[in-house]
Design a protein around this ligand. Structure first.
Ligand SMILES: *Cc1c(COP(=O)(O)O)cnc(C)c1O
Length: 381
């Protein structure tokens, strides 16, 4: 019970069209093994050369100057809030339609999450942010959901006007672009995850913080590593959340050999889905903006009779999933904030009607056509 993941993988493992593609993703693991061997031989287990190199290359990919490798995407968000001085009594404005980690990071940093509803691209509605700002607001935390960049121009404008930080949860958005700019170029700090099911994935947990702010970067390099100035002096009591050196080797391998293909293939698959699903009136695609390049971490849309359709697809061997059925403001953990059903109707509608279809690089065009045929068959009944 303490570890529910094996159960989860067993349940989804048998679908021919699966969300889980990890064995294929790492079919060339022997060549990664060789690189890991060098780390073992050198005994370079803590930070070290592999982490330095990866931080430099990953931050370049996402258009930031400084990369700080940390233990996970959640740690990236948490440590960033700490580095910005966010704590007790502060408020962070974000979306209720996200993964638990966004809110977990805000709350464990000591702050209070303040939600505003989403808009038709499934991301935070920038038009609603200003009315949620109070004297306690310190940070706006947009989440680039599914890899779709948020309306960063509007969000940055509001942040500037009210003197707030913008910390992006870019965990889904590795190499996404908004008007050709990477996610780190569009905010104070962008936080990325390399969880096994993210677009650039490692053999366990890993995260990267990317920023163009040298002072914030310096603070983060220190607080992920006990707040050390050097071996013998500590400038501030802090944490141990370093990107594992072995994970940096795995991540570098993907960065050098695969991320471009992964990204292009996901986009190609998504466009194929878009084209076919547009013709089904019971399906509603999120608003697509040509100025935004999504990397389709998820391929999500809303579908009439969602639960029945999900069941139908599962029975046809298609691993359609719900990411996620309960928005953050309605979670048991959110009870202290006093939100109610109806507070964020768009997020609630999405939670009740969304379905994600497998879109990863190992899905073929024939499989996409098959998934769409199944959906057509379901609605023709
Ligand atoms: C995965 C994810 C995180 C957290 O990443 P971990 O590396 O699993 O800690 C944060 N936010 C979002 C939106 C995510 O999907």
């Amino acid at each position: 019970m303490n570890n529910f993941y094996p159960e989860q993988y067993k349940k989804t493992g048998h679908y021919p069209i699966n969300h889980n593609y990890l064995p294929e993703q790492f079919s060339d693991f022997e060549s990664i093994w060789e690189k890991v061997k060098q780390v073992v031989i050198a005994g370079d287990f803590t930070l070290g050369q592999s982490v330095d190199q990866f931080e430099a290359d990953f931050s370049k990919l996402n258009h930031g100057k400084y990369g700080i490798g940390v233990g996970s995407g959640t740690d990236a968000l948490f440590l960033t809030l700490k580095a910005l001085g966010v704590g007790n009594g502060d408020e962070v404005i974000t979306t209720p339609f996200t993964f638990f980690a966004t809110i977990g990071a805000i709350v464990t940093a000591g702050a209070t999450p303040v939600f505003v509803d989403i808009c038709d691209d499934h991301n935070i509605n920038a038009e609603l942010i200003e009315s949620a700002i109070t004297t306690k607001t310190k940070v706006i935390m947009p989440v680039h959901w599914a890899g779709v960049p948020c309306d960063m121009e509007k969000i940055n404008h509001i942040a500037q006007k009210h003197n707030l930080f913008v910390v992006a949860d870019a965990c889904h958005a590795i190499s996404s672009r908004y008007r050709n700019q990477g996610m780190a170029a569009l905010c104070d700090v962008a936080c990325f995850s390399m969880h096994p099911l993210k677009n650039l994935n490692v053999w366990g947990d890993g995260g990267v913080i990317v920023t163009n702010n040298s002072a914030v970067a310096e603070k983060l390099y220190s607080i992920r590593n006990h707040g050390l100035m050097n071996r013998d002096y500590c400038q501030e009591w802090a944490y141990n959340s370093r990107l594992d050196t072995i994970q940096a080797v795995v991540a570098q391998h993907l960065l050098d050999n695969k991320i471009e293909h992964i990204t292009e293939k996901r986009i190609e698959n998504a466009l194929r889905f878009d084209k076919l699903l547009k013709q089904i009136p019971q399906v509603k695609l999120p608003k697509r903006d040509p100025e935004k390049k999504s990397v389709y971490h998820l391929y999500m849309a809303t579908f009439e009779q969602r639960d029945e359709l999900q069941n139908f697809l599962n029975n046809k061997g298609v691993d359609a999933k719900v990411h996620y059925p309960v928005p953050m403001h309605l979670q048991p953990a959110a009870q202290p904030y006093g939100y109610q059903v109806g507070d964020f109707p768009k997020a609630e509608f999405l939670a009740n009607n969304c379905l994600s279809l497998p879109v990863h690089e190992f899905i073929s065009s024939e499989q996409i056509a098959y998934v769409v045929e199944c959906i057509q068959e379901f609605y023709a009944k």
